[in-house]
Ligand binder design. Structure first.
Ligand code: NAD
Ligand code: MG
Length: 392
């Protein structure tokens, strides 16, 4: 049996991961589950998967869960806080760790899993955006295996040569084509964007996801974060990554080779495919996903991204070009701005303004160690909050 820890089990990716695992009870055993504060869903998941540990980051939520589990004669041990997350990310009986916490909060437990040499299924792209070089060095130094779950990166991984060792020239590749749906506002009149509501921004045409990544998809900051993620996962230069708008979300990304071959991975837009692919790699397992019906899809469209409509995408390329802690600053300012937008404190179009002003105000430094990155993250959050309160 392969032991699995699911970090962020109550979220969209966490739930899809447990759905895939539940289809293969003879192969996978859930060792630990974690959540921020959703006790009701965590209780349900504990009843169903009987993990050895359940972590609630919020202390009060942890106490509530202890009380509920006691009443149900469960043997699951409850842990709390960041210390609990790190404990379960490094358990000897969990060979595999799904990193599906949203945002910078996922960085330290995912890094701990890398230090413990785990097989890491990475959904938490923000971890790489914050600390790309440090994270990749840690993976290498401790012999961890990093498998991308983000659908585009999983597609690229599947289209790369099996022995790809981080040198795209040697592998005969000219560029990576990173597809993007364009989100719910791809064709909305530009002057209407200022008034869009959180509900509209979260209504993604093809994917059902957590609220933060849904807003990121609407601003296309998600694609910007993914460009940065691809840069680190596959050791690419920013100009080797071409974003392609593809509204159907059927081609999940492509790799173009020097002989003119373009390899693509296609599938229904369902995260259980990349999750199952990473979980079982190099094998294949059933993911419960509807088979792709090409006759129903009928046509596939592609176009160039519009940086005017999606300024966040440009900001991400700029932060990547600047390097060092600039991408941590970008990510932190974006997290704060998205939260403010979701709480009704900030207009949709002001998300990019907050990110731009924060990047302009805070100078980047070399990302030498994790503390440097965490300092940059903190400073950017403070500044972004200050900007939002000043405007409000
Ligand atoms: P979500 O909001 O649905 O779930 C987030 C999970 O993280 C929950 O279990 C929540 O309890 C936990 N969490 C939230 N804040 C936390 C904190 N401060 N400390 C510890 N845990 C915390 O998010 P999601 O859509 O499942 O996305 C998770 C990650 O996967 C994100 O990084 C996202 O970019 C990435 N991703 C998601 C999708 C998707 O389809 N949902 C696709 C690709 C990548
Ligand atoms: Mg993606």
């Amino acid at each position: 049996m392969i032991g699995v820890t699911v970090l962020g089990s109550t979220g969209s990716i966490g739930v899809s991961t447990l759905d895939v695992i539940a289809r293969h009870p003879d192969v996978y055993k859930v060792v630990a589950l974690t959540a921020n504060r959703d006790v009701a869903r965590m209780f349900e998941q504990c009843q169903m998967f009987n993990p050895r540990y359940a972590v609630m980051v919020d202390e009060q939520a942890a106490e509530l869960l202890v009380a509920q589990l006691k009443n149900s004669d469960s043997e699951t041990q409850v842990l709390a806080g960041m210390a609990g997350l790190i404990t379960v990310a490094t358990l000897p009986e969990a060979e595999c760790v799904m990193a599906a916490i949203v945002g910078a909060a996922g960085l330290l437990p995912t890094l701990a899993a890398a230090e413990a040499g785990k097989r890491i299924l990475l959904a938490n792209k923000e971890a790489l955006v914050l600390s790309g070089n440090i994270f990749m060095d840690t993976v290498q130094k401790h012999g961890a295996l990093l498998l991308p779950v983000d659908s585009e990166h999983n597609a690229i991984f599947q289209c790369l040569p099996h022995d790809y060792a981080g040198d795209i020239t040697q592998a005969g590749i000219c560029q990576i084509l990173l597809t993007a749906s364009g989100g719910p506002f791809r064709t909305r009149a530009l002057e209407e964007l200022v008034d869009v509501t959180p509900a509209e921004a979260c209504a993604h045409p093809n994917w059902e996801m957590g609220r933060k990544i849904s807003v990121d998809s609407a601003t296309m900051m998600n694609k910007g974060l993914e460009v940065i993620e691809a840069r680190w996962l596959f050791n690419l230069e920013p100009q080797q990554i071409q974003v392609v708008i593809h509204p159907q979300s059927v081609v999940h990304s492509m790799v173009e080779y020097v002989d003119g071959s373009v390899l693509a991975q296609l599938g229904s837009p369902d995260m259980r495919t990349p999750i199952a692919s990473a979980l079982a790699w190099p094998k294949r397992i059933d993911a419960g996903v509807q088979r792709l019906n090409l006759f129903k899809v009928a046509h596939l469209d592609f176009s160039e991204p519009d940086f005017n409509r999606f300024p966040c995408l440009r900001l991400a390329y700029e932060a990547l070009a600047e390097g060092g802690t600039a991408t941590a600053t970008l990510n932190a300012a974006n997290e704060v701005a998205v939260e403010a937008f979701l709480n009704g404190e900030l207009r949709f179009t002001a998300i990019a303004d907050v990110v731009r002003k924060t990047l302009n105000n805070i100078s980047s430094v070399k990302a030498e160690c994790i503390d440097t990155v965490l300092d940059a993250d903190r400073e950017a959050r403070l500044y972004a909050r200050h900007l939002i309160h000043q405007a409000g």
